[in-house]
Design a protein around this ligand. Structure first.
Ligand SMILES: *Cc1c(COP(=O)(O)O)cnc(C)c1O
Length: 368
């Protein structure tokens, strides 16, 4: 029996249960089951919280990313075969969105302390074919550099944010992730900091043309009923999920604050030479995961099992090592990324993890 579960979605949902049921009932009673008020309301709320003029709700985080790249192709900004610089240490969905559009991902090694994009490596990877950079705020850590971002923009390079793991985080300049790049993708997969009761996602942007094209592409490529300007998809946000998300979004800052407090407890209480702690955040962090590193991972996770502490690994196999990319990218030499994949372990930092749990877990980890 796991005494300290990694994440219990049932218990994490419980405090929202009554409000969620009421919000879903409103959708049921509305008679509008695709689009409508619930979607419009959520889009408005997310745009406001993010600090951008446009938000389009979509089906999930991968579709949000796929749509963003496809939009730039439709708008003539990108074309198939263009290079997109991507972090090698990320969840595979970030990369799938690039290759799905016929774009070439150029993997760069992460900074070995932040585990996020190393901006010197980004600059070094630029070629005349580089048309975009995808930054991923992995584990809830802001991956952004204002100076380099403006240098990239001067070169006409598009900046896309994968904000699946960092909703609500603030950059140094006080802007939220999702408002930093030209367009940003959000995921509301149930395990994310704000999770739906199913799949959901969103795109935020300052650019009205981008927002309009995302909306068209996500709705069969139509700009109005039965009028299709591009060959689109069906990637719309479900209004029931939108209603759930509006309920949860109200507690965004509160939830992220709780995660920060838990991370602080881990960081100040875990003292074990076999465990490397995550870097304290230089920019804001919303701690989607609390990721430690250890050379003795199998031993450590077995130790956690024996002591009733839940854990997970994000991620054991990096995208370039996945079978689906073996032919194209399996030959790449990315030792920093490989080492991260071999050593990371995520500790519980869930909506139901308490401060006392975190203290106990830290004590347990110290005896490893
Ligand atoms: C979850 C996630 C995605 C994909 O989101 P889905 O909603 O599951 O499609 C993309 N990128 C990152 C970094 C993620 O964590």
């Amino acid at each position: 029996m796991t005494k300290y579960p990694f994440l219990d979605l049932h218990d994490a949902t419980a405090p929202f249960r009554d409000d969620i049921i009421k919000a879903i009932t409103d959708v049921v009673d509305s008679g509008r089951y695709v689009g409508g008020y619930a979607c419009e309301k959520f889009e408005k709320e997310l745009a406001e919280i993010t600090g951008v003029p446009y938000c389009v709700g979509v089906s999930n985080g991968l579709d949000a990313l796929r749509l963003i790249f496809r939009v730039y192709i439709e708008l003539g900004v990108l074309k198939k075969g263009d290079e997109v610089i991507v972090p090698a240490n990320t969840y595979i969905a970030s990369i799938l969105a690039v290759t799905d559009n016929g774009l070439i991902p150029v993997f760069v090694e992460p900074d070995n302390r932040t585990l996020n994009l190393n901006w010197d490596n980004v600059l070094a990877a630029i070629t005349p074919r580089t048309r975009a950079v995808l930054t991923v705020h992995l584990y809830g850590r802001v991956a952004w550099d204002d100076v380099i971002a403006s240098r990239l923009r001067d070169k006409g390079i598009i900046l896309v944010e994968d904000n699946a793991q960092a909703i609500g985080a603030l950059s140094i300049k006080g802007m939220r992730t999702g408002a930093l790049g030209d367009a940003a993708a959000f995921s509301f997969y149930p395990t994310k900091n704000i999770g739906a009761l199913g799949d959901a996602g969103a795109v935020t942007t300052y650019d009205r043309k981008v927002a309009d094209m995302v909306r068209s592409l996500a709705n069969y490529g139509s700009d109005r009923r039965y009028h299709n300007i591009v060959q689109g998809y069906n990637c719309r946000l479900d209004p029931i999920q939108a209603a759930v998300l509006s309920v949860k979004l109200k507690r965004l800052d509160e939830e992220n604050e709780r995660r920060r407090a838990l991370a602080d407890i881990y960081t100040s209480n875990i003292k074990n030479p076999k465990i490397t702690l995550p870097l304290s955040a230089d920019q804001d962090m919303v701690w989607h995961q609390y990721v430690i590193q250890t050379e003795n991972r199998d031993e450590f996770t077995q130790f956690l099992d024996r002591n009733g502490v839940g854990w997970d690994i994000h991620y054991a196999v990096p995208p370039h090592r996945q079978p689906c990319y073996q032919k194209e990218f399996g030959h790449l030499d990315l030792p920093v990324t490989d080492k991260i994949a071999r050593t990371v372990v995520s500790l519980p930092i869930s909506p139901t993890t308490t401060a006392d749990d975190a203290k106990m877990i830290a004590t347990i980890v110290n005896t490893f």
